[in-house]
Design a protein around this ligand. Structure first.
Ligand SMILES: [Zn+2]
Length: 283
């Protein structure tokens, strides 16, 4: 129950129409005709299969395409991205959410942390783009969740569980990059929840998840805007229809494939540049 008395003009204050914080009109959108040409001729250079309740790293050079595909059964994935040449620049889910909304799809970009704030990857194809926003306010591929992690799980349950996406990504960084455990954990960051269906309840504003609409064969594709290291965790929540942070849910692998477009398709393209703010901060 609220402790504060409702003012006489409460209805009038609530009735004020919202204003979009960051109208995206000045954000350059990729040219879909050019993307269709680029996508039409891709040569596969690598693939990584992520086991259930584990994470794997992958690399995509600027100009390469990477695709995440559901195989075997409905499964959501937690995606982290870093600048391959400087791990301190990584995906910034909060600003991506502010710029593109709670859920992302074709044409949206994954932005990097300040002060870099540049596109790290552009979504160029999404077989779930038909889903939109459902009657519960849910959508697919969210940038509102953080990542399932053992610290929150311990806070709420007192248990020790080691296969949350946060730990899976941490282990992948340790084993594949040789980083110390304590340092590796600090590189894990808020994710793009690939294939996950989430929203906020309309009445209480609580974060919810529901069974992902993803089916085997569904995929999402990205163009790497800079040289990337990515980590993808096959979440212990499986399709996230019931629970996560445990071994209860049915889980499936996820496939990552990396492709080279034809050189001609990239002739007018260049990697993304760092943000142009001069960083003098008024001094
Ligand atoms: Zn997870």
């Amino acid at each position: 129950m609220p402790q504060s008395k409702m003012p006489a003009d409460a209805s009038a204050r609530r009735a004020i129409a919202p204003v979009i914080c960051y109208p995206p009109d000045t954000l350059p959108r990729p040219d879909q005709m050019w993307l269709d040409t680029l996508r039409a001729d891709l040569g596969k250079v690598d693939e990584v299969l992520v086991s259930p309740r584990e994470a794997r790293l992958f690399r995509a050079k600027a100009g390469q395409v990477f695709r995440i595909t559901s195989v075997e059964g409905p499964q959501v994935g937690d995606l982290n991205l870093w600048n391959a040449d400087d791990l301190s620049e990584h995906f910034f889910s909060g600003k991506t959410r502010a710029l593109h909304g709670t859920h992302v799809s074709t044409g949206d970009r994954m932005w990097s942390t300040l002060p870099h704030l540049r596109p790290m990857a552009t979504i160029i194809h999404d077989t779930l783009d038909w889903y939109g926003i459902d009657a519960f306010g849910g959508g697919v591929h969210d940038v509102i969740g953080t990542r399932c992690d053992p610290h929150t799980h311990h806070l709420l349950s007192g248990e020790q569980y080691h296969h949350c996406c946060h730990s899976n990504i941490t282990r992948a960084l340790i084993t594949e990059l040789g980083i110390d455990r304590d340092v590796a954990e600090l590189h894990a960051h808020d994710v793009l929840n690939v294939f996950m269906c989430t929203g906020f309840t309309r009445d209480t504003g609580q974060y919810f998840m529901k069974a992902s609409p993803v089916r085997p064969g569904d995929h999402i594709e990205f163009l790497a805007d800079i040289n990337l290291i990515g980590a993808l965790s096959a979440c212990p929540g499986g399709d996230c229809s019931s629970t996560h942070s445990s071994d209860v849910a049915q889980c499936y692998p996820l496939l990552i494939e990396v492709f080279d477009p034809k050189a001609e398709a990239l002739s007018d393209w260049a990697p993304a540049l760092r943000n142009g703010y001069d960083r003098s901060h008024g001094l």
